[in-house]
Design a protein. Structure first.
Length: 364
């Protein structure tokens, strides 16, 4: 954590600011190890105050005191029994803070207005900043990559265990509950997102919500699932037939798999994210299904299940070694269904490392 804090402090100093107030939960955990999450943007479990030249301080309330003191090392934990603004009003002048940056992408406008008014009376100016910590989180170190690899492998174990029990007559909800209970039983902190389980024509909905819909014999089933292990997320989609697949399904599946394999083979340090997206998109377009692939090819994964970089036609930035992205092309046909296949890879200097282990059955 010390190196990360030092890098952030250097960024703060370059911007000629006295301190940064970190409120985004994943950024807070990345810099301090404090793992409590916010229920929503309007209810905080704490903030991290990082002065430009002195030790950071974690500010929280009584509900999280024990957790914070157990998880945080090398920094003081202070409570705000009368609210965050009351503590900041006393603390900032005491440590000589007159210019305070805050994460404008994770601060309600009403909260920023109130902070501005209160701190102005103390001659403390607020400066909105966005993406300062996220920029650091883009490149994973080898310890983070190992944590992500373990998360992916556990996610695969969960899928394989539940997959072996799937049979006609079960509902989408049955399978979603089995996935998420198995995750917990095998040591995951939580799902990294609400599991997507969609059968038949409902699999044409990329973000289908599992319903009380029975799985029919020889019908397709899409499962998009992920978990959190030691803070780091996994994300994987598998689509298959529960029984025997018909020729149309096999055709669509093979096109999607071809697009996934080609895009994965192109990923390396220095390639534009949009170029990777185009490789997969052109294969699907040339097969006659271009209008049926309407989302980006992939996204970054780390402490958050959706983070930068995006593999999309709009992202002209180049991938760098240490980035981790999903590769998840799909074809979605109304009134028939959809096929999406998703793996996670690490960008390396001369290619990419596939984090998923069990992919042979994807090749039909």
């Amino acid at each position: 954590m010390d190196t990360r804090i030092q890098k952030i402090q250097a960024k703060i100093r370059r911007k000629k600011l006295d301190a940064l107030l970190v409120t985004q939960p994943h950024n807070r955990r990345y810099l301090s190890g404090y793992s409590a999450m916010d229920h929503d943007i309007g209810e905080s479990s704490g903030v991290l105050l990082i002065p430009a030249r002195t030790a950071p301080i974690l500010l929280t309330d009584f509900r999280f005191q024990i957790q914070a003191e157990q998880e945080v090392e090398g920094m003081e934990v202070l409570l705000y029994p009368k609210g965050l603004l009351a503590l900041l009003s006393k603390l900032l002048p005491d440590i000589g803070i007159t210019s305070l940056a805050f994460e404008s992408h994770y601060t309600l406008h009403s909260v920023a207005e109130k902070m501005t008014a209160v701190l102005a009376k103390l001659n403390v100016s607020l400066y909105p900043l966005s993406g300062l910590v996220e920029e650091m989180r883009l490149i994973k170190d080898e310890d983070e990559i190992d944590l992500l690899r373990r998360s992916v492998h556990l996610n695969e174990e969960v899928f394989e265990e539940v997959f072996a029990t799937i049979e006609p007559g079960q509902t989408e909800i049955d399978i979603a509950l089995a996935l998420e209970s198995t995750m917990r039983r095998k040591g995951a902190e939580a799902p990294s997102f609400d599991s997507i389980v969609a059968t038949g024509a409902r699999s044409a909905l990329p973000h289908a919500v599992p319903g009380d819909v029975p799985i029919l014999k020889d019908q397709s089933l899409m499962i998009d699932m992920g978990l959190i292990l030691d803070g780091y997320c996994s994300d994987m989609t598998r689509t298959f037939a529960v029984g025997n697949a018909d020729e149309k399904y096999l055709k669509i599946h093979r096109i999607v798999r071809q697009a996934q394999v080609a895009a994965t083979a192109a990923i390396r340090d220095g390639i534009a994210a949009s170029a990777v997206d185009k490789i997969a998109r052109d294969i699907i377009k040339d097969a006659g299904y271009g209008k049926n692939f309407g989302h980006a090819l992939g996204h970054g994964v780390g402490l958050a299940v959706h983070e930068n970089p995006r593999l999309s036609s709009r992202n002209r930035k180049h991938l760098k070694a240490g980035m981790i992205v999903t590769v998840e092309p799909g074809i979605y046909l109304p009134d028939w269904g959809g096929v999406r296949l998703e793996n996670m890879v690490v960008v390396r200097e001369d290619g990419c490392e596939l984090l998923n282990r069990n992919t042979t059955w994807l090749d039909l």
